[in-house]
Design a protein around this ligand. Structure first.
Ligand SMILES: Cc1ncc(COP(=O)(O)O)c(C=O)c1O
Length: 273
């Protein structure tokens, strides 16, 4: 089956899938995205990704496709039964505008769906654990841009990732502007302390990940009451019992965490939900 790319109602071959260079998503990062996985032909938590579990805000000023419209577009692009292991990227941009002034008028918002076969990061890391490093690039200040908006502005995450790669780690831990543990460049973080599951709360400036939510739900299920989510203040200088969650990584244990030379000297502190 040849893979198609969906752009605002039409399916294109990969080489023919193009949008305007005046698109505000490209010029100003003015848009949002979601990453989804499909397993055995079914999309994992599609509804939550499309609604943001009811609390993921959207950039204002333009008509956003409804979850029902988006779900139909996903299924049109990616007939669920045809793929076992898939990755789906949804992108919605404000559309083409002006190159010399950001005019936030959405005359033609663009909905883009890229579906592909999923290729996992090195499988051995799931046995060995993933080494992460605390980097100096901090998470976005919530007052500047709500981390609940999964916007196309990912430059600080990319800079943090580059810092991590320079330190030999494929994932990096970012602190928030108060020096508290926030999240990794593309994953949420959990710590396990004395049978208690700790994870930074949303107001630490993190993306409320769908996988994080699934883990919290499981931890709160009656069958696993030994794992609780609480919000004490805690320090996180060596989270040997840490794991990361994210759509692509799923759940991966951290083998060790180090501080990069350029990382802030003060210890990383984490509060949990
Ligand atoms: C910064 C950041 N944090 C956390 C996550 C994990 O979110 P989810 O579980 O919804 O994939 C992502 C995923 O893209 C992310 O980019």
């Amino acid at each position: 089956m040849s893979l198609k790319i969906y752009i605002s109602g039409k399916l294109y071959d990969k080489d023919d899938a193009k949008i305007s260079v005046y698109d505000h998503g490209l010029l100003y990062g003015d848009g949002v995205f979601e990453g989804l996985r499909s397993y055995g032909g079914r999309v994992f938590r599609l509804e939550q990704h499309l609604t943001g579990s009811g609390n993921r805000p959207r950039p204002s000023g333009w008509r956003f496709p409804s979850p029902r419209e988006m779900a139909k577009a996903v299924v049109d692009t990616w007939p669920p039964t045809s793929i076992t292991d898939g990755y789906i990227r949804l992108v919605v941009t404000r559309g083409a505008g002006s190159a010399w002034g950001s005019t936030p008028i959405a005359r033609d918002p663009q909905v883009i769906i890229i579906a592909d076969i999923f290729r996992s990061i090195r499988r051995r890391l799931y046995d060995q654990g993933l080494e992460i490093v605390t980097v100096s690039t901090s998470a976005t200040i919530p007052a500047a841009l709500s981390p609940r908006i999964k916007s196309l502005n990912y430059l600080n995450n990319i800079l943090a990732k580059i810092e991590g790669l320079q330190a030999g780690c494929i994932e990096a831990l970012m602190l928030n502007h108060k020096g508290e543990v926030a999240e990794c460049t593309g994953d949420n973080i959990f710590l396990v302390r004395g049978g208690v599951l700790l994870t930074p709360p949303v107001d630490a400036g993190i993306l409320e990940g769908i996988t994080r939510e699934a883990v919290i739900e499981l931890a709160r299920a009656p069958a696993s009451r030994s794992a609780k989510c609480r919000s004490p203040s805690t320090t996180c200088t060596s989270p040997t019992n840490a794991f990361l969650t994210g759509t692509a990584a799923e759940v991966i244990r951290s083998s060790k965490s180090t501080a990069a030379k350029s990382a802030p000297a003060r210890p990383a502190r984490s509060r949990a939900t």
